[in-house]
Design a protein around this ligand. Structure first.
Ligand code: HXC
Ligand code: NAP
Length: 263
């Protein structure tokens, strides 16, 4: 895709937490393709090394758990030492599984909130003095579950709703120097998230029914949204959640074919 000028991010340093697979890896690769120096972090060191190799020769892949503030802070310090002050920080690490509230132990609920919400706090809190200011751009990866309650998703709904508010507070507090936004992807094909959330045809149909555009999204489409948010084109955009979801959250699209047949 050639949506943006190929040198858009030359001279920029980008850090992607949870960038060792899926959507976040797609974002990291797109940043690198546009000229940025890129580092990714996940828990699994081998996966992080493989991701860095896929991103490019100069990319870094480090291992740290976003639930551990000191560990993620140390990783970000090491990245800033090697690649320079951070211009772009993406917080995308997440955990998910389908379970009803009564099928979730306190630790199960806490685990997802800890990775998604506390992890995002740790990443953003920890990067502040490593940022290139003014002009830095922070992006949290959230989800429609933040706004629309979903069964079997109490942990993720609560965590992602918290992320949306954290984005807004950070945008207010760090406003003059740093822009802070979120991206809310819809169901994205070929991802771990959708393997877990829509493991069978019935679940896939239920997701599909909500989507105005009547197709699942692609990783590269979310990556383009991330590029937009950290580009000069978004220089006056902060504190917003950008839905990149084919219209999944705007209402009930399950009768859309009927409506189209009438017009
Ligand atoms: C009920 C479960 C469970 C399940 C785990 N637990 N799976 N409970 N149903 N299916 C419980 C465990 O029994 C344990 O509680 C607690 O959760 C912690 O489990 P651990 O395995 O010890 O945790 P950990 O090793 O830290 O692994 C975290 C994880 C794992 C979330 C459970 O699945 C993971 O690492 N996921 C990362 C990859 C991922 O999920 N990608 C998709 C993200 S996409 P007890 O009480 O037994 O100790 C995404 C979807 C789209 O987020 C957006 C929607 C918001
Ligand atoms: P994924 O491939 O499982 O990516 C999750 C990433 O986070 C991996 O790099 C994983 O690496 C890392 N990670 C997990 N727990 C971590 C921890 N405690 N500390 C550090 N890193 C950790 O998932 P995905 O489906 O692409 O989802 C990516 C993001 O998009 C998530 O924020 C998700 O909520 C959001 N989202 C996805 C969809 C979708 O359709 N897939 C829809 C809406 C929102 P390790 O396992 O090695 O740690």
């Amino acid at each position: 895709m050639n949506t943006f000028t190929p040198h858009l991010l030359v001279g920029k340093t980008a850090f992607v937490a949870g960038g060792t697979s899926g959507i976040n890896l797609g974002i990291a690769k797109r940043f690198a393709a546009l000229g940025a120096r890129v580092a990714v972090v996940g828990r699994d060191p081998d996966k992080a090394a493989r991701a860095a190799a896929e991103i490019g020769d100069d990319a870094l892949g480090l291992s740290a758990d976003v639930r551990d503030y000191d560990a993620i802070r140390a990783a970000m310090e090491s990245i800033a030492d090697q690649l320079g002050a951070l211009d772009i920080v993406v917080s995308g690490a997440a955990g998910n599984f389908l379970a009803p509230i009564l099928g979730m132990s306190a630790n199960a609920f806490r685990t997802v909130v800890d990775i998604d919400l506390n992890g995002t706090f740790n990443v953003f809190r920890g990067c502040h003095d490593l940022l290139n200011r003014p002009g830095a751009s922070l992006i949290a990866i959230t989800a429609g579950q933040a706004v629309n309650a979903a069964v079997l998703q109490a942990h993720a709904c609560a965590a992602k709703a918290g992320i949306n508010q954290l984005v807004r507070v950070l945008a207010l507090e760090w406003g003059p120097d740093v822009r802070v936004n979120g991206i809310s992807p819809g169901p994205i094909a070929d991802t771990e998230g959708m393997k877990r959330l829509a493991p069978d045809e019935a679940a896939q149909e239920a997701h599909y029914a909500r989507i105005a555009m009547k197709r699942w999204g692609r990783i590269d489409e979310v990556a383009e949204a991330a590029v937009f948010l950290c580009s000069p084109a978004a220089s006056y955009v902060t504190g917003t959640i950008l839905d990149c979801d084919g219209g999944s959250q705007i209402g009930n699209a399950s009768r859309i074919d009927l409506a189209r047949g009438m017009t």
